[in-house]
Design a protein around this ligand. Structure first.
Ligand code: ADP
Ligand code: MG
Length: 457
């Protein structure tokens, strides 16, 4: 366990890390930052939640020449959400220095706007492979000055079918560059891609097994028809602060989401059929505490980073045992104890056997009477209001907080996260103040203008 101060970083960067309350390096940071700083290529194996973003982010920001307004680093991520999170984390890490410009390039958003941002010079591009390649092909993105390329969650990008795009993107990059590849697993395609894009890489691996002391894991026998009843009972019994419920299919996800609502719980469903706008809204409402249950498929939940997830519930056990490890890795992060509860129905006992082999444990199936009287699971404490103005309307989080808390308003302690998109802002407030907050936003003025607000519940 080493402190960041042992690294040869600028005092401004170290001060910023201290402000972020990053003191001790995570194992992947401790092993990868020194070789990254010294200019080596990296092939690193690390699980979700291990602190990969800061590992490459610190190295990337360290090598950046801020005075030179050229794209010097490219970070490729498997999904828009992940790109969004990486952008956010890089922005936080970059706060130590003025004027570091970052552009996010992902699908599902108008290409022209991204081209417009690219026409103003920037230092770093974070994006998904499909859209990055499109902009390279159109000539609106140039990699001539790129010094570093990062593949974040390379195996997930492979799953998403991006392997050809990635190989193609590298054809646009200078051969003299530093390449960092992070992946939780190393299937053959990743190994062979690595051989073609990495030069003499330093290989790094941190424990991929989750420590069972940190994630408490339980398996329960259920009948197929009892599953929602079982989920409701488990939430009532364990009272996690919040939970993700994993289903194997979109249909199950939709159905379970609805059934939990009909049982009086506050759940949101996240699956591939949602439009980008809806996905963003769901993720924001879950992350800001306006909902405490997210029912999701693996694909939809990929890259989602909620750092203090109370529990992962496997409504269905995944088809692949590795997916189990990925799923439960979302709870118990950053030293907090996690909770993973899995339902086993029908002829799935062999899946538990496979899991035991992979995680080197000997878990057994617990039996419970699911028809016992239910306790209740708490409702979320917050609620989200959306306001039809955002970053591009020059509204800041401070403007909104100011309007809500000005004379006769609500207390700052009752206002939660404020998430600004380009043209819409989401603000979380304590549930009991929803109506009051709505009234303030509708009647009052934010920055001298009147905006429309609605409650999303
Ligand atoms: P990964 O990409 O490996 O899944 P992230 O980079 O998203 O993980 O980091 C997971 C969480 O841990 C984030 O909330 C991040 O802010 C936090 N974190 C990362 N490094 C540290 C550190 N050294 N000390 C404390 N928190 C950290
Ligand atoms: Mg990450």
């Amino acid at each position: 366990m080493k402190s960041f101060t042992t690294l040869p970083l600028s005092q401004a960067m170290l001060d910023n890390l201290e402000k972020l309350e990053y003191e001790i390096m995570t194992p992947i940071q401790e092993k990868s930052i020194p070789p990254i700083i010294s200019g080596s290529d990296i092939l690193a194996q690390a699980k979700t939640g291990s602190g990969k973003t800061a590992a490459f982010g610190i190295g990337l920001l360290h090598m950046l020449n801020v005075k030179r307004f050229r794209i010097q680093a490219l970070v490729l991520c498997p999904t828009r959400e992940l790109a969004e999170q990486v952008t956010g984390e890089l922005r936080r890490l970059a706060r130590f220095q003025h004027n570091i410009k970052l552009i996010k390039i992902t699908g599902g958003l108008p290409m022209r706007k991204q081209e417009h941002s690219l026409s103003h010079e920037a230092h770093i591009v974070v994006g998904t492979p499909g859209r990055v390649l499109k902009l390279l092909d159109r000539g609106s993105l140039k990699l001539d000055d790129v010094k570093m390329i990062v593949l974040d969650e390379a195996d997930r990008m492979l799953d998403m079918g991006f392997i050809d795009e990635i190989a193609e993107i590298f054809r646009f990059a200078p051969s003299e560059r530093q390449t960092l590849c992070f992946s939780a697993t190393f299937p053959d395609e990743i190994k062979s891609l690595s051989r073609s894009i990495l030069y003499n890489p330093v290989e790094i691996s941190v424990d991929t097994q989750h420590d069972s002391k940190i994630i408490s894991q339980h398996f329960f026998r259920v009948k197929g028809t009892e599953k929602c009843q079982a989920v409701t009972s488990l939430l009532a019994e364990f009272q996690p602060q919040n939970a993700i419920i994993f289903c194997n299919t979109k249909d199950a996800c939709r159905k379970v989401g609805k059934e939990l609502i009909s049982r009086g719980l506050h759940s949101l469903a996240l699956h591939g059929d949602l439009e980008q706008k809806e996905r963003t809204e769901v993720l924001i409402r879950f992350a800001n505490g306006s909902s405490n249950i997210l029912v999701a498929t693996d694909v939809a939940a990929r890259g989602l980073d909620i750092s203090d997830l109370g529990a992962v519930i496997n409504y269905d056990l995944p088809f692949e045992t590795e997916t189990y490890v990925h799923r439960i890795g979302r709870t118990g992060r950053a030293g907090k104890e996690g909770l993973a509860l899995s339902l086993i129905s029908g002829k799935e006992d062999f899946r538990l056997h496979q899991i035991n082999q992979l995680v080197k444990e000997n878990f057994s199936i617990e039996e419970k009477a699911w028809d016992a009287p239910l306790g209740t699971y708490h409702l979320p404490s917050m609620i989200t209001l959306s306001i039809n103005g955002g970053r591009k309307n020059k509204i800041s989080a401070g403007d909104i907080l100011g309007a809500l808390t000005s004379e006769g308003g609500i207390s700052g302690n009752d206002v939660g996260k404020i998430d600004r998109m380009d043209y819409i802002t989401f603000v979380a407030v304590k549930r009991e103040y929803a109506a009051k907050a709505l009234e303030i936003l509708e009647k009052g003025q934010v920055k001298g203008r009147r905006f429309k607000a609605i409650i999303n519940d």
